[in-house]
Ligand binder design. Sequence first.
Ligand code: SF4
Length: 262
Amino acid sequence: MRQYTYGPFNSRRLGLSLGVDILPKYKLCTFNCVYCEIGPTYQVVSPRDRIKAPPSSNYRKELKEILKFVPHLNSITFGYNGEPTLNDNLLDFFKITLDVRNELKWDKKPPLITLFTNSTTLYLEEIRNRVRHFDLVLAKLDAATNEDLRRTNRPHEDCPNIEIIVDSLIKLRKEMPEKKLAIQCLISKSYREDYISNNNKENIEQLAYVIKKINPNIVQLYSIARIPSEYYVFAIDEQRKKEIVKVFREIINNDLIEINYY
Ligand code: SF4
């Protein structure tokens, strides 16, 4: 039975990707995003509330057995059941993954070792020191105002405010010059008149200004693709994605930053 991996599956942003879940079998997250596609976070945890769950001897074996069948894989992707940096043994998993990747033969390039994070733990230097080893870090940033952060991501009260989150992403970018940082913005709309979604003018413009400061390699704009946690949010359409990308391009004004929408 597989304990840590799922897929591989085709991902719009990563190509053929093998998922790695290093969290317990329940959702462990510092956020309770309105749009979360794996359901509500019943107990939202503090970014300091971390677990120790080292890889069992099965991890190496499981990874090797699957990877030998997919020499064309594009990414080995950490994330799924919440926030992977909440596991203090993140680097132990990374090292085994790197070892296995180095031992196997690949069709073209070896797959990237990729990490999803919701960015709430990155203000801690010890966490950035782990995260910076990954080839590609996909860091969530759906909000650039504290009001939008509270409404969209519904963070634990110990989570840093938006200024600190942005500052930690600026630091991370500088600390991983040889690796790639992608900022992921999920923008949604709402059916409820009393709920202001993050698809508001101020949030979109402020997002562009903070992304400009973070100076990532890539910006990925996307929207809801599966059933969201809350019934009242839904996906923005293609036209709106294009408008937001236009605002981003104008304000960021830096051709070195790749801006894509999905
Ligand atoms: S950060 Fe990710 S896992 Fe956590 S609630 Fe938001 S979408 Fe879900």
